[in-house]
Structures are given as structure tokens and as C-alpha cells.
Design a protein around this ligand. Structure first.
Ligand code: ATP
Ligand code: MG
Length: 335
């Protein structure tokens, strides 16, 4: 009888697929937006090259990792080799360059955790954050983008989870909840764990792409066109996966002992990483290993108050998908 109830429950959840896919579709940025972003990048690069002919601008973050919704700000990284100037001086110089070209709201935030220049382009209305030589972010952006090409369900799941997290205000690192980057890693890990797996572990495969950035070796399989059928044996629908994702984080994840690692393709123990104690402000209450900076826990922003909020939100989401009469609305109700 239990088996029959499970089948019925899954049947009810699967009925949500069209509604969830239409939410997903409505979040995807239109092509013209991408074109405008490229245009802006080129014109900024031209300005920068007047001062530093060899410097390059790279887009990273959600505009380049394929997990960006419409109207996101663009994250840009300036790759520059200028031994004479400190990072702060470069940022101040950049701010000068942009200011004299009529870009608006130009601001150098030299003391931020990741120092940046902010600006707004009055023609397109697009805002950008520009950082200096943060090339690991450019490489992890590529890794995420490559994962997204393997199975469409990753992009669908991550868009919906990000949309949920923004609606429920659990995507605010300054308030102790998780970054968008952390949520995408959670989705990749989750799809790596399905049986049969929906995603492989690209860092455990033969490396076809390798680069060393700031003494960190980054290597993974990136010929992902060859993996387009990887998840085909798994027929789970996006609705069922969304429920299972929240159910995992609400009721199944071992918060006391486990670290999720997309680098290793599974779970590793907190003990093996020495993440069992609080050191300074790092409490390791939910552990998400960065794929390249492996000493870096994306969950370190979470404190003893926000972990409770997060776990309650995971439970709320799982329960709504299972029991609510209008789940696709209730799930995203503003907090
Ligand atoms: P959003 O749509 O919310 O702007 P986003 O993908 O731009 O989403 P962010 O969390 O703003 O996500 O991060 C932007 C990029 O910065 C990420 O894609 C990642 O490359 C990098 N990044 C962010 N946080 C970290 C971190 N803690 N460690 C390493 N890289 C990070
Ligand atoms: Mg961003």
C-alpha cells in the first residue's frame, strides 16, 4: 500500500511539470539582452585598452554561467598584469576612466571583500560590477556553464531554486543565507547523486581543460557535447526532482557530518576537512565545498540563526510541493 501511495504522490507532483516549465521559460533572458551585454563589454574593453592595451575583460557569474535570469547585473573581471599598481590603485584608475566617459553611478569599493568598481551604462540601463584578476571566478563560471550543457534539468532546477530563494529571501549572504553560486553547486551535487545519475563528475574524468590560477590547479573534462545523453536513463521529471531536492535538504542531509563536493562527485566528511569546529567566524553549519578552492566552504556565511531559517524553508518547500493545493504559487510567496 505504501508503494501505491508513493506512486500516487509522484503522479500528483509530476502534474506540476507544465507550470514549472512555464515559470522557468519566463525567467530566461531574451537573446537581445545577451547582445546588449556583449556590446557593453566591448565598449568597456575599448576604454580600458586605451590605458592598458593588453588588459582583457571577462564576463563571469550568472550572465556567463547560463544560470542568470533576466535583468541581472553583469559581473566582469579585468585581467591585467600591472606590477606597478596595487589592486586599489587599479580600481581607482578604472573608476576615473569610466567616469570621464559618462558612465553613471561610478563607484570604487576598494574595501569590499571582493573589491570592485560599480557602474551603470545609461544607454542600455545595465549595471556592472568589475573586479580585478579574480580569474578563479572566471574558471568556476566555465565549469557551471559546462555542467548546464549536459542535461537541461540542471538549468531548470537551478533557475527555479534561485527564484524560490530570492522570493523567500534566503539568497542574501549578508544576512547569513546562501549565494546563488552555492545554490547552483547544491543542484549539481544533487543531480550527480541521482540513481541513475543525471550529471557526471567532470573533475574526476580525464582532463581536457586545465589551467593554473593563483597556484590552484583547475582541471576537468570539458568536451561536454559528448555527454548530451548522460542523464537519459534517468526519467525523473523536473517537478519530482524539485521536490526531491528540497526533501533532501529538509530531511535527509546529515548536517552534522557531511560536506557536499561536486569536485569529488559525492559526500565527504567534515572530519576529513577539519570542518568540525568553529574557527573564527567559520561555523560550517552547512558545508558546500568550492570545486577549486577546496579549503573554502560556501556555507561559511551561515550562522546559528540563519541555519534554522534555511532548514525551515527547505521543509516548507518540500511540504508545499507534496501537500499544497496550489504549490506553484505558494512556493514562491514573498517572505
Ligand atoms: P545572481 O543571479 O544572483 O547574480 P550569480 O551567478 O551572479 O547569481 P553570485 O553568487 O553573485 O551569483 O556569484 C557570481 C560569481 O562569483 C559566481 O558565478 C562565482 O563565479 C563567483 N563566486 C561567488 N561567490 C563565490 C565564492 N564564495 N567563492 C568563489 N567564487 C564565488
Ligand atoms: Mg551576479
Amino acid at each position: 500500500r505504501l508503494r501505491r501511495r508513493l506512486v500516487e504522490c509522484r503522479y500528483a507532483i509530476d502534474k506540476l511539470v507544465p507550470h514549472l516549465l512555464s515559470i522557468y521559460q519566463s525567467l530566461i533572458p531574451p537573446e537581445e539582452e545577451k547582445a546588449k551585454q556583449k556590446q557593453l563589454l566591448l565598449s568597456l574593453e575599448k576604454l580600458v585598452n586605451k590605458q592598458w592595451p593588453k588588459a582583457q575583460l571577462h564576463i563571469y557569474g550568472s550572465c556567463a554561467n547560463s544560470f542568470g535570469v533576466s535583468n541581472s547585473d553583469i559581473d566582469i573581471c579585468l585581467a591585467i598584469d600591472d606590477a606597478d599598481l596595487s589592486k586599489s590603485d587599479i580600481l581607482l584608475k578604472l573608476a576615473d576612466i569610466f567616469q570621464s566617459d559618462n558612465l553613471q553611478n561610478v563607484q570604487a569599493l576598494t574595501h569590499a571583500r571582493v573589491p570592485i568598481v560599480k557602474l551603470m551604462d545609461p544607454i542600455s540601463g545595465i549595471s556592472c560590477d568589475i573586479c580585478v584578476n579574480n580569474l578563479l571566478a572566471v574558471v568556476n563560471t566555465k565549469l557551471l556553464r559546462d555542467y548546464a550543457k549536459i542535461d537541461d534539468r540542471l538549468r531548470q532546477l537551478a533557475f527555479i531554486v534561485k527564484h524560490w530563494a530570492k522570493s523567500r529571501r534566503v539568497n542574501e549572504t549578508y544576512r547569513g543565507t546562501l549565494s546563488s553560486y552555492a545554490y547552483v553547486l547544491m543542484c549539481i551535487h544533487f543531480l550527480q547523486q541521482r540513481k541513475p545519475a543525471i550529471l557526471p563528475c567532470l573533475q574526476q574524468m580525464e582532463a581536457t581543460y586545465a589551467i593554473t590560477v593563483d597556484n590552484t590547479k583547475c582541471a576537468f573534462f570539458d568536451r561536454v557535447e559528448m555527454l548530451r545523453d548522460f542523464g537519459a536513463h534517468n526519467k525523473e521529471s523536473i517537478a519530482y526532482l524539485l521536490w526531491a531536492f528540497f526533501h533532501y535538504w529538509a530531511y535527509c542531509h546529515d548536517y552534522t557530518n557531511d560536506v557536499i563536493s561536486i569536485r569529488n562527485g559525492g559526500i565527504i566528511s567534515k572530519r576529513s576537512k577539519d570542518w568540525t569546529r568553529r574557527i573564527g567566524n567559520d561555523r560550517h553549519l552547512i558545508c558546500i565545498e568550492d570545486p577549486f578552492e577546496i579549503e573554502h566552504d560556501l556555507g561559511r556565511v551561515v550562522d546559528k540563526f540563519s541555519i534554522k531559517i534555511l532548514r525551515e524553508e527547505f521543509e516548507r518547500a518540500a511540504d508545499i510541493l507534496q501537500f499544497d493545493s496550489n504549490p506553484c504559487v505558494t512556493l514562491f510567496e514573498p517572505y
